[in-house]
Write a protein that binds this ligand. Structure first.
Ligand code: HEM
Length: 418
């Protein structure tokens, strides 16, 4: 069960990037505001609700397979954007109940704005002289920032308002469509947005439209770049370790046999080795490479006096390479995460989703998405990595990503796995 009491000693640090509110102020909210929002959000990630998103994940994985089939036996290509657009389609339909067709129409104004915004924010983060708002918003990049932010906010605002008025109209009926024939949802499946529109706090108060928009914007950002990066790293690692990939294929054969049916929740539970691959990938390449906290009172950590207000930086990328917890830490060994092998490990030695009260609320969603997308891909393809570890140039921005993408070659799986 999740504890939602505020952490007495730490809070998320306020940063200049946080102030720009692209990711929703929620990401950087603290104290009572964060506590109350977190409490309202927690039930929306309940297992039963997540299982209703399985259809979306399966459907978008199949779109991805159809897209990638054109690369079969055609030499190497960079799969980074393909994986990212698939993750974007999944989060859009599950968070907002809105299909944005990112995989087939990546030129749309909204999708372009998402990517321009990421570049703009990274640039601002790297250059401290761009941090003060009064200067930044007078500059060309500050104006470009606002233009793109406006496109993003207008889009989500429109989706939220449309859905809010539909929900109002539908309260008297049990119909559950969104009025747009190409994005109708089955009667029983709700998007996170539907739950945000109806959830209430302890006093029965609903979230305001502005608060809902913050949540939706946060989900859209926090919920696709992270999973996309991690799935890309997994393809790189599997493509570099054929012996590991073979074990995944054997597991997939055991669970799915020859069938090309969609994955069920029961199937996902059985994919223990693929699950270990995902965990080991997040150990070596944690999507969020740095986590920040601000001390809210004087305290002592590991024998060091930490005064109130100190910014504390936690680096999962380094923590996950501690040889005391992981022998031969640079080696890719999914077996470390098989249930029989990790019982003894300190739970704070491995924190790709952070730990404690402010951990990732979407971690079960993320694991489920990765299992569905990767299992679907690997049921169709044999992956070969076309870069060495040395050729990957790691960029630790908000997300840990490879500077030049992930280059792979795809072969028809049946030719490689007997
Ligand atoms: C592999 C995928 C993911 C990784 C590695 C990841 C990692 C993290 C980490 C490390 C944090 C804590 C950040 C901090 O403490 O400063 C976090 C927070 C958060 N994540 Fe994720 N995340 C992933 C996927 C997702 C998904 C799919 C969603 C939504 C559907 C999501 C929603 C959030 C939210 C809303 C928070 C803020 C929680 C709070 O402050 O209460 N994440 N994530």
């Amino acid at each position: 069960m999740e504890d939602t009491e505020p952490d007495p000693k730490c809070e998320a640090p306020s940063t200049p990037v946080g102030k720009c509110s692209t990711f929703g102020d929620r990401w950087f909210s603290t104290g009572e505001k964060w506590r109350s929002q977190r409490k309202m959000l927690t039930p929306t990630f309940h297992f039963k609700i997540l299982s209703e998103f399985l259809d979306v994940m399966n459907e978008q994985s199949n779109v991805l397979v159809a897209k990638l089939e054109q690369h079969l036996d055609k030499g190497k290509f960079n799969c980074f954007l393909d994986m990212t657009l698939c993750a974007l389609d999944i989060i859009s339909e599950t968070a907002m109940g809105k299909k944005i067709y990112a995989q087939s129409n990546s030129d749309s104004e909204y999708i372009q704005a998402i990517y321009k915004m990421s570049t703009i924010i990274h640039k601002r983060m790297k250059h401290p002289w761009l941090w003060p708002d009064f200067l930044y918003f007078r500059l060309k990049s500050g104006k470009e920032h606002n233009r793109n932010l406006n496109i993003l906010h207008m889009f989500t605002e429109k989706v939220i308002k449309e859905r809010a008025s539909e929900l109002e109209q539908l309260t008297s009926t049990d119909s559950f469509t969104d009025g747009n024939s190409d994005s109708r949802r089955p009667k029983e499946r709700k998007a996170f947005l539907d739950m945000l529109l109806t959830t209430t706090d302890e006093e029965g108060k609903k979230l305001s439209l502005k608060e809902i928009q913050e949540e939706v914007d946060t989900f859209m950002f926090a919920g696709h770049d992270t999973t996309a990066a991690s799935m890309n790293w997994a393809l790189f690692l599997l493509g570099s370790h054929p012996e590991v990939q073979l074990k995944v294929h054997n597991e997939l054969d055991e669970v799915f046999g020859e069938s090309d049916r969609r994955a069920t929740m029961d199937d996902l539970k059985k994919l223990q080795y693929l699950d270990a691959v995902i965990k080991e990938t997040l150990r070596l390449f944690p999507s969020v490479p740095i986590i920040g906290r601000a001390a809210r009172e004087d305290c002592t950590i590991g024998g060091f006096e930490v005064p109130n207000g100190t910014i504390i930086v936690i680096v999962p990328y380094a923590l996950h390479r501690d040889p005391k917890c992981f022998t031969d830490p640079e080696e890719f060994r999914p077996e470390r995460f098989l249930p029989e092998n990790y019982r003894e490990r300190n739970p704070f030695a491995y924190i790709p989703f952070s730990a404690g009260l402010r951990n990732c609320i979407g971690q079960r969603f993320a694991k489920m998405e990765e299992l569905v997308v990767l299992s679907t891909l690997l049921r169709h393809f044999w992956v070969e990595a076309k870069q060495t570890r040395e050729e990957l140039i790691l960029v630790g921005e908000l997300i840990l990503r490879p500077e030049n993408g992930i280059w792979i070659e795809l072969k028809k799986r049946a030719d490689y796995v007997s």
